[in-house]
Design a protein around this ligand. Sequence first.
Ligand SMILES: *[C@@H]1O[C@H](CO)[C@@H](O)[C@H](O)[C@H]1NC(C)=O
Ligand SMILES: *[C@@H]1O[C@H](CO)[C@@H](O)[C@H](O)[C@H]1NC(C)=O
Ligand SMILES: *[C@@H]1O[C@H](CO)[C@@H](O)[C@H](O)[C@H]1NC(C)=O
Ligand SMILES: *[C@@H]1O[C@H](CO)[C@@H](O)[C@H](O)[C@H]1NC(C)=O
Ligand SMILES: *[C@@H]1O[C@H](CO)[C@@H](O)[C@H](O)[C@H]1NC(C)=O
Length: 407
Amino acid sequence: MGKHNLLIYTTIALVLLFLVSRSPNKSQPQETHHRRRLKIRSHFPFSPPSDPHHHHDPPPAFDPLVADIELAREDRQWEHLYYQTHHDSDSDSASESPDSSPEPDHESRPEWEDFADAEDFLNDSERFNVTNRLMLLFPRIDVDPTDGLASKSELTQWSLQQSRREAMHRSQREMKTHDKDGDGFVTFAEYEAPSWVRSADNTSFGYDFGWWKEDHFNASDADGDGRLNITEFNDFLHPADTSNPKLILWLCKEEIRERDRDKDGKVNFEEFFHGIYDLIRNYVEPHDTDEHESDDSNEASAKMLFVLLDKDGDGYLSDVELLPVIEKLHPPEHYYAIQQTNHILHQIHTNADAFEADITSPDGSADGDKDGRLSLAEMIESPYVFYTGVFSEDEDSGDYVVHDEFR
Ligand SMILES: *[C@@H]1O[C@H](CO)[C@@H](O)[C@H](O)[C@H]1NC(C)=O
Ligand SMILES: *[C@@H]1O[C@H](CO)[C@@H](O)[C@H](O)[C@H]1NC(C)=O
Ligand SMILES: *[C@@H]1O[C@H](CO)[C@@H](O)[C@H](O)[C@H]1NC(C)=O
Ligand SMILES: *[C@@H]1O[C@H](CO)[C@@H](O)[C@H](O)[C@H]1NC(C)=O
Ligand SMILES: *[C@@H]1O[C@H](CO)[C@@H](O)[C@H](O)[C@H]1NC(C)=O
């Protein structure tokens, strides 16, 4: 396992620790119903620049209104960081600062002026009425087909749309700082790695990044006009989610470079087995962590896969030979959208089961047939499942927080 995995495990451990320490005091009896607790994200890992081909954005908010609040807050923190780093390094760059009016244009601005008020706003069940929100959102989710049920694929599409929207917002923000002449394109000359990346010691991550290098830039330049428009720039920052074949191949090249411990330019079986294969297996069976039991059969199936991928049979994997599995090594947003949807459905089922067990009222169950399709009524019955990032209920919060571990 590489340092990268170690980092992930460490992060997960920390997150768990954090969650445990924050978990509500269960011994305290509750004053019934949803006591809402505000949990707007207030820490934003600005890791995308340091390693975009391994970076993953936090899960998107289900409700675009919540997303706007979170993004506005994130923007603010980002600007702060931006000014700090740029004032530390060079003082004359103030003129190229991002302008601070990222105004969401698709939905009318709610009644919060400042982000401090945003907390109160979300926490106030009269102003932010989750029932009304879900009623408003449902017709936008139930579109394929419009049949009064939100299917698994509709929910996945919805989640995907939300994460793409958030990603694009971040890319636009990032682009403003690079597009120095403001013509809507970033040229390689305009592009410059953020100073907090440049100053980072690349060996501390176990391999040298190449992300800001010219070949990454060129690969993102789909039409080859020597500059990136916002679409291309967004791809540049999210190569795992691109449909640009040049960029996908670049991702394979990076993967080879990273795994190629003996630096012969190719990946042999050992390098494949201890690195790439683990990722693929995790992708296929996310919960199988039972490594020691089946070491032999593991190696056997790794060998099989290796031989399959090694099309020219030279005993090494090249970048092109990695293409069939690159999506498993760098899962696109769609993968996470499916996970998020499964999680939502799982929560709904769990709630429904608990509800039935407690009250034995069959007609009150959400998605009782568990066919993965939700009616609006079912959604309204478990509204906080859709706002896990923001609220946690006092009851069941142990279940609710699992969400964050996905990423
Ligand atoms: C949110 O609401 C709860 C109860 O309704 C209250 O105890 C809590 O202080 C509120 N939090 C904020 C940040 O307003
Ligand atoms: C939220 O809206 C629904 C439907 O409009 C209404 O029945 C409910 O009372 C509202 N909840 C609150 C807390 O205002
Ligand atoms: C980063 O890696 C490259 C290539 O391995 C190396 O030449 C360069 O000195 C490294 N930079 C730092 C700051 O360590
Ligand atoms: C990137 O493309 C430009 C032309 O647009 C070319 O001059 C440059 O050599 C290319 N760089 C790399 C690393 O391929
Ligand atoms: C950016 O350029 C690509 C072609 O490289 C094109 O498909 C895309 O529509 C352009 N995006 C915008 C926003 O113009």
